[in-house]
Ligand binder design. Sequence first.
Ligand SMILES: [Ca+2]
Length: 374
Amino acid sequence: MPPPRSAARALAAAHLVAIATACSDPRDPGPGGPATSSGSAQAIADAAPPIASASSAPVPAATAIAQAIADAGDAGEAAGDDPMARHFEDLDAILGLFSIKRPPKPGANADMFLQKTFGYGGPWKSNQGNRDLSHHAVSRARCVEGLAGIVFQTEDQRAACGGLPNMVPIYKPGKKPKACIDVFEFPNEPCELPMVWIAPTQARRVCELQGKRLCSQEEWTLACRGDPDGGADRKYAYGDDLDLAACNTNKSAKGQKPGCDDDSSKTAWKTCQSNTEPAGAFPQCRSRFGVYDQHGNVAEIMTRLDPDGHTYSQLKGSAFFYADVARRPEERQKEGRETYPDHCAYDARWHVEPIENAWHVNYHLGFRCCRTVK
Ligand SMILES: [Ca+2]
């Protein structure tokens, strides 16, 4: 995720979708990443259902949640072990990755919004990236295997988070939690590929339709560096030393052919690979609060409240190609190379736009939702 070059954008009047200049990084991942399966994609109809959903289903015990993961793993194996199998082009399959609060608020026009916001075929719809270009190395089954035995959310945590699954409360030492945060990048499902090509204004509304909101950058930072047991802050979610192998940050774009052309969102869609991995595919990439993939995979849309009283879009975390632009916090910027640190508290200043009119989209940019503890 580089500093911005331009952010021209346009709105299709009849459609609340972004057709934004991509401002993408041309150093997107290339063949340096792990090999992709050569197996054919599974039919969407054969794909396993989401492991969990934000429905009003009975609250499962932590062990039941773990069992659900195990069951999903079995389903994944049955559907084949193809890392591309859960990269969807079908709108219903994409919408099937998450649920919204039913009934939505009166006047929310939720279904029309979702139909127009998500889909496949170009950068004006939110999806998992251009499937023809993207490479994923970890299958859902392998991801599930890596997370075996991990409890994403205890019953107490679920109760504190309004009964919503895959959220954990976050708090400063000695303080009560003020917010819960999604354990995974949106759609907040373990071992599903994250969504990209969504604008902050749209992401905010999607969170709201789930009974949540976008996280603030302070909440994201706390979830990343904080310790629920009151220990000292860490630089990174996984520790104090930069480790490009701990998260999906090590997919260099060097040598990639054809290269990523990010002059516009259209060219970025046609040339840039969304080389994400399923959420949680890197078990080490977990903060002490239990939040995955804050470094790498997709950069994440947050909000920031500035002294002027306005709320702006704020991007947090790096993406899968971070290896090409990585530096440690104590290192000085090297001349001629756009490098930047990726520690929890890093305050990126690109694409800071008023949240109600923030339309920047990108092939490596997703989001994560939070919820105020009531
Ligand atoms: Ca991330």
